[in-house]
Design a binder for this molecule. Structure first.
Ligand code: ATP
Ligand code: PAF
Ligand code: BAL
Length: 296
C-alpha cells in the first residue's frame, strides 16, 4: 500500500524540494495513486525563460503535478569542460519554480544519483557520435543515462525538453521508443532574446562584446532559412557567410540534416544546426528549414 504523504513530502499550492531519489519516488508514486498526472522537466538549473516555457508546457494537461529536476550531471561533461564552473543557483531556481506552480523540485547530489560501483549506461547508437557527440565524446551516453534514471525515479507520463538542444531531444525520443519507455517525450520550440540569441544558462559567461558576437549564430540560421527555396548549397553558403562576417566566432559545425538528424533530403523538411565557440563559451542553435529544389 502507498504510504500517506506528509507536509514534508508534498505541500499542495507550494513547491517542495527533495534531494533523496527514493523519497521522491515514493512521493510521486503516492500522487499518482491519488489520481494525479506527473510531468517531468529535466534541467541543470540556472533557470531562465526557456525553462519557464517548458514548465508551462508541462502544465498543459489538467490535474498535473510538475516535477522539475535540477542536477548538473557530471557524466555528460568531458575533461576540460565547464562542469565545475556551471552556474548553481538553487535558491533562485526554487523561487522560479514556485512562481510557475511547480509541485516538486528534485535536486539530488551526484553521490545520490550515482551509487558507488555504478557501471551500466545507455548507449546512444551512432547519432551519439555525430554533431555534438563528435565535439563532446561520451556526452550523450551521460545525458541518456541520467535521463533514463530520472524517468525511472519519477515515472512521469510526460517529460518536456527544449528544441534548443535538438540532438538531445531527438536522442531522448529515440531512447524512449527503442527501450519501450512509457513516458511521452514532448519538445518545445526555442525561446529567444529580442535579437534572436537562444536563451541558455551559458549566455551568462559572455562579456558584452561576446554577447553581441553571439547573435551571429541565430542570424546565420535565419539567413540560411531565408534562401531555403534555393536548395542546400545556398542555405549553407548564406549561413556560413553570416558567421564568417563576425569576428570572435569560432565555428565548430554548421550542418543540414533531416528532421530526425539522418542525412539531409534534397528537398522538403530539414534542420540546420550550428555550434560555435565565442571566447571560451560553446553555444549551439538550430532552425527548421523547408528545402526547395533551387528551380523556383
Ligand atoms: N532557449 C530555450 N528554449 C527552450 N528550451 C530551452 C532553452 N534553453 C534550454 N532549454 C531546455 O531546457 C532544458 C534544460 O536545459 P539546461 O538546463 O541545460 O539549460 P540550457 O540553458 O540549455 O543550459 P546550457 O547553457 O547548459 O545549454 C533542456 O531540455 C533544454 O533544451
Ligand atoms: C537533459 C539534461 C537535464 C540531462 O542532464 C541536460 O542535458 C539538459 O539540461 O539539457
Ligand atoms: N543543455 C545541454 C546540457 C549540456 O550542454 O551539457
Amino acid at each position: 500500500m502507498t504510504k500517506p504523504l506528509t507536509k514534508d513530502d508534498y505541500k499542495p499550492g507550494d513547491v517542495t524540494v527533495h534531494h533523496d531519489p527514493e523519497r521522491l519516488h515514493r512521493v510521486v508514486k503516492a500522487l499518482r495513486a491519488a489520481g494525479r498526472n506527473v510531468a517531468l522537466v529535466p534541467t541543470m538549473g540556472a533557470l531562465h525563460e526557456g525553462h519557464r516555457k517548458l514548465i508551462r508546457e508541462a502544465h498543459v494537461m489538467q490535474n498535473t503535478v510538475v516535477v522539475v529536476s535540477i542536477f548538473v550531471n557530471p557524466t555528460q561533461f568531458g575533461p576540460g569542460e565547464d562542469y565545475e564552473r556551471y552556474p548553481r543557483t538553487l535558491e533562485s531556481d526554487v523561487d522560479i519554480c514556485r512562481e510557475e506552480r511547480v509541485g516538486l523540485v528534485f535536486a539530488p547530489s551526484a553521490d545520490d544519483v550515482y551509487l558507488p560501483g555504478s557501471s551500466v549506461t545507455v548507449h546512444p547508437g551512432p547519432l551519439g557520435d555525430e554533431l555534438e557527440g563528435a565535439s563532446r565524446p561520451g556526452h550523450f551516453a551521460g545525458v541518456l543515462t541520467v535521463v533514463a534514471k530520472l524517468f525511472n525515479i519519477v515515472q512521469p507520463t510526460y517529460a518536456v525538453f527544449g528544441e534548443k538542444d535538438y540532438q538531445q531531444l531527438t536522442l531522448v525520443h529515440r531512447m524512449a521508443r527503442d527501450l519501450n519507455m512509457p513516458t511521452h517525450v514532448v519538445g518545445v520550440p526555442t525561446v529567444r532574446e529580442a535579437d534572436g540569441l537562444a536563451l541558455s544558462s551559458r549566455n551568462r559567461y559572455l562579456s558584452e562584446e561576446q554577447r553581441q558576437a553571439a547573435t551571429a549564430l541565430s542570424a546565420a540560421l535565419v539567413a540560411g532559412a531565408h534562401v531555403s527555396g534555393r536548395g542546400a548549397d545556398a542555405v549553407l553558403k548564406a549561413a556560413r557567410d553570416t558567421l564568417d562576417a563576425v569576428p570572435g566566432v569560432d565555428l565548430d559545425y554548421l550542418e543540414l540534416r533531416a528532421p530526425d538528424l539522418g542525412p539531409a533530403p534534397e528537398n522538403g523538411d530539414a534542420r540546420l544546426l550550428v555550434a560555435a565557440r565565442v571566447g571560451s563559451t560553446r553555444l549551439i542553435d538550430n532552425i527548421a528549414v523547408l528545402l526547395g529544389t533551387g528551380d523556383e
